[in-house]
Design a binder for this molecule. Structure first.
Ligand code: PLP
Length: 373
């Protein structure tokens, strides 16, 4: 018997979920399934002796840099990259989109841990525009660009805008850092090799667990001197984990099994958006999606939508989202879809029917709560 057959499949028991539109649903992330996928893709005789070194070697090739270093999180890797750019230039400020992960999700670690200052640029609901940069007078340590911009539905600037923004930063002596958490997802939009996109930047971070569907972890890639300094910072911050090989092995599986599927995931996202547009009940941003990631805007209040989604989960075992986003418009909310293996299990028409059902149930839940209050 193959060793992998001894691992029980508990995926159908994760909180009653049998299918999910969310990339991060626990469905494919149970220890059993992760281990099985690793053993299938990397049988014992082909398991690299040092998965971390092998991953760093593969990433150097893909991203096209002299050096690459595994970090436990992208949060740590990006703060370190900005700290290095700041110390080299004797400047404390970095500029980025108002919804950068560093500002929204990291408890201001860049300031509290590294003494850096954040200069938001542009409108929080739109892509950063080259014209927005004209208003930045502060001497910058770095300009951070996130490709794609996750919190506005995975939007991407045109190649020419990207070149113009990078040229603007370089003319002012600033470094350019890529938040490429989803570089794999962004690549089909540009139709250029990952290395050609990455070559525009001084430092590049990519995630090992988003599109690659690994466990956790991040790679910071750059020239050898910068990565040498990053390794010292990783040690200082307690991020040098000697036995981090499971993170690397899971990412190697992702590189071999899902990285090449990004165009198919993006095409499926476009097909889902077209079905939703034809149905007309919800609204997709951006439409059409530019990557496998997009947002669905629902014409119902978040509380009623949450209740409706729980009903659908209980009745059908289908999870539509992990987290709802509120909206400045009363009676509206939104959620993120990132097409990966989970969302490929849904046909576009099925998603449209599910969203119609969600809104119908949310309307009913809203009417019930108004009657009771
Ligand atoms: C755009 C972006 N940057 C950075 C990060 C941080 O990655 P990590 O969770 O590995 O700290 C994330 C995580 O969601 C992200 O979406």
């Amino acid at each position: 018997m193959k060793r992998t057959e001894t691992l029980p499949d508990r995926s159908r028991n994760v909180a009653g979920i049998t299918r999910s539109l969310s990339l991060h649903a626990p469905l494919r992330r149970t220890p059993q399934r992760v281990l099985r996928a690793m053993l299938e893709a990397l049988p014992e005789d082909s398991l690299p002796e040092d998965p971390v070194a092998e991953l760093e070697r593969r990433m150097r090739g893909l991203i096209g840099t002299e050096a690459a270093l595994l970090f436990p999180t992208g949060t740590m890797a990006q703060q370190v990259a900005l700290r290095i750019h700041a110390e080299r230039r004797g400047r404390r400020t970095f500029a980025a989109h108002p919804q950068t992960h560093l500002e929204v999700w990291e408890e201001q670690g860049y300031a509290v841990v590294h003494g850096l200052r954040f200069r938001p640029v542009g409108d929080r609901h739109r892509l950063l525009q080259t014209a927005d940069l004209a208003g930045v007078a502060d001497p910058l340590a770095a300009l951070l660009l996130e490709l794609p911009q996750r919190d506005i539905g995975g939007q991407l600037p045109s190649w020419d805008d990207l070149l113009a923004q990078i040229a603007w930063a370089r003319q002012r002596g600033a470094a350019v850092h890529l938040d490429g958490a989803r570089l794999w997802e962004a690549q089909p939009f540009y139709g250029r090799p990952h290395a050609q996109i990455a070559a525009l930047f001084d430092t590049v971070y990519v995630s090992l667990y988003k599109g690659l569907e690994g466990i956790r972890g991040a790679i910071l890639a750059s020239d050898a001197r910068t990565i040498g300094e990053a390794a010292v910072w990783r040690q200082r911050l307690g991020g040098t984990v000697d036995d981090a090989w499971p993170l690397a092995a899971a990412a190697l599986v992702g590189l071999d099994t899902v990285a090449h599927r990004m165009p198919a995931f993006r095409d499926h996202a476009v097909a889902i958006a077209a079905a939703l547009r034809a149905d007309g009940v919800v609204h997709v941003v951006p439409d059409p999606p530019q990557t496998p990631l997009f947002h669905i805007h629902v014409p119902a209040a978040p509380e009623a939508t949450e209740q409706a989604a729980q009903e659908i989960l209980r009745e059908h075992g289908i999870q539509l989202f992990l987290r709802l986003r509120t909206s400045p418009h009363d009676g509206h909310c939104s959620f993120e879809v990132c097409v990966g293996e989970n969302a490929m299990e849904f046909t576009p028409d099925e998603v449209a029917a599910l969203l119609r059902d969600l809104v119908h149930r949310a309307d009913r839940a809203g009417a019930d709560s108004r009657r009771l209050s």
